[in-house]
Write a protein that binds this ligand. Structure first.
Ligand code: NAP
Ligand code: 8YV
Length: 315
């Protein structure tokens, strides 16, 4: 009988389906660190993984492990090479969160450009009565918006931005068949943008690709939005660019050392900050939980996965 370890919160609807499944033992654990996770998976056949990293030493601790069902689309924290070497299958949750992450992107853009933090404080503090109308802000309409990573979510962001009548431009490693201008150089794209949205995977190929040069090219009136991974943006360079005024604004859902957020970003008037809630609605977390459980139950039924990560699709 397979033993499934659920490592973190799972929506009640997914939990009910797992609990009702025949011939499966399920253990729910609440661990946030990789070290604690490693200590809990020695007799697990399957792990439902939230945000904890799974590097090779942890995978080695799961001597019986056959599947990692990742609750999320990004799997940069899972060493897929180590999984493939052991024949361990890895699944993730693509597509079901595209709309929600796009909504979060629009929320950050509107909050930044329309000065939401400042204006809300103005209304609440009595400044409106005492000092009159709040200062003017910037319209989101008709701007040039660069999308770094035009994949499933990036395309949904482009679609939802259409109400603002933007000019969309994009940067990826491979040019796509889309009606937007392609830039093969990220600095050149940043020069052309009012807003730059990061929505690539994390990992080595994107590590700090949004660097000082990109941030300064975006410029004093530009806004950076990061809904991808904290590792994609050089956080020290970001803080320096915001503090010197070389970058206008930043809307951030993700950070290099989550859940730690540097004090300089918290103190800045130029930032809108969220605690990695891009997909965190009841509806979307139910859909992600359902797909995570679908993968586990399909694997139990016939050994296959519904949504394997590409690296493991051949297993
Ligand atoms: P996807 O469909 O695989 O799209 C990824 C895009 O990034 C592709 O267009 C890809 O194009 C591009 N890309 C990959 N490596 C690149 C590089 N080195 N330089 C430039 N572009 C690169 O993935 P998705 O489903 O849209 O998800 C994207 C990421 O969003 C996830 O991996 C995750 O990190 C993040 N995410 C965050 C949240 C949140 O809560 N904030 C929620 C969900 C997802 P090429 O391969 O042609 O380069
Ligand atoms: C979640 C995410 O915050 O899907 C992703 O890659 O970053 C987010 O949807 C997280 O992974 C929840 O488990």
């Amino acid at each position: 009988m397979p033993h499934v370890v659920v490592a973190g919160p799972l929506h009640p609807s997914g939990r009910a389906r797992l609990d009702a499944a025949k011939d499966v033992t399920v253990t729910y654990i609440s661990v946030t660190s990789e070290k604690s996770l490693a200590a809990e998976i020695s007799d697990a056949d399957a792990v439902l993984l939230r945000t904890q990293p799974m590097t090779a030493p942890t995978i080695a601790k799961g001597e019986r492990l056959k599947i990692v069902s990742r609750h999320g689309v990004g799997y940069d924290a899972v060493d897929t090479d180590a999984c493939v070497a052991r024949g361990i299958k890895v699944s993730h949750t693509p597509d079901v969160l595209n709309g929600e992450v796009a909504n979060t992107t629009l929320l950050l853009m509107l909050a930044g450009l329309r000065n939401f933090r400042h204006d809300e404080a103005w209304a609440r503090s009595g400044d409106w009565e005492a000092k009159g109308g709040a200062p003017l802000s910037t319209s989101p309409d008709g701007k040039t918006i660069g999308i770094l990573g035009l994949g499933r979510i990036g395309q949904e962001i482009a679609d939802r931005l259409a109400v603002f009548n933007p000019t969309i431009v994009y940067h990826t490693r491979t040019k796509k068949d889309v009606p937007y201008t392609y830039y093969d150089d990220l600095v050149e794209m940043a020069k052309a943008c009012d807003v730059l949205v990061c929505i690539t995977p994390g990992g080595a190929s994107t590590n700090k690709i949004v660097n000082k040069d990109v941030l300064e090219a975006l410029g004093p009136k530009g806004m950076l939005i990061n809904v991808s991974r904290g590792s994609v943006v050089d956080e020290d360079a970001l803080i320096a660019a915001l503090e010197s005024g070389k970058l206008g604004l930043a809307g951030l859902d993700v950070f290099e050392g989550e859940p730690h957020i540097p004090d300089a970003l918290k103190a800045s008037e130029r930032t809108v900050l969220l605690p990695h809630v891009g997909s965190a609605t009841h509806e979307t977390r139910a859909a992600m939980g359902a797909l995570t459980v679908d993968n586990l139950l399909q694997w139990k039924a016939d050994g296959t996965l519904k949504t394997p990560v590409p690296e493991c699709a051949h297993l």
